[in-house]
Design a protein. Structure first.
Length: 106
């Protein structure tokens, strides 16, 4: 077993742990805005670690472009999705839970 296969397995496990922590965060966090943060971070980082790790476990040159595109698209869409969900919650009038919102006042 080579060093990059071991690194790939470690990255894949780290990505899986990020997903588990995000799932726990969905259950434990009170506010939808905090939940959005947990999910957006997990989807961006978790997928990047899992896809990058699996690419290292079974490396092929033709898969490198696919991995780069998948990670770039996932990071982009998770950010945009998190912003859209947060904006929808604000526009619907959902209240923040025990959060100081004085900096948000216009």
């Amino acid at each position: 077993m080579s060093w990059y296969e071991i690194l790939g397995q470690v990255l894949t496990v780290v990505g899986a742990v990020i997903f588990v922590l995000a799932g726990v965060g969905l259950l434990r966090l009170r506010d939808p805005y905090m939940r959005i943060s947990a999910v957006a971070t997990a989807s961006g980082l978790g997928v990047a670690f899992v896809v990058g790790g699996t690419a290292l476990v079974d490396p092929h040159l033709d898969d490198l472009l696919k991995v780069i595109i998948a990670i770039a698209l996932q990071l982009t869409t998770s950010v945009i999705g998190g912003i859209a969900i947060g904006r929808a919650a604000v526009m619907s009038g959902h209240r923040f839970d025990d959060t100081d919102t004085t900096d948000l006042d216009l």
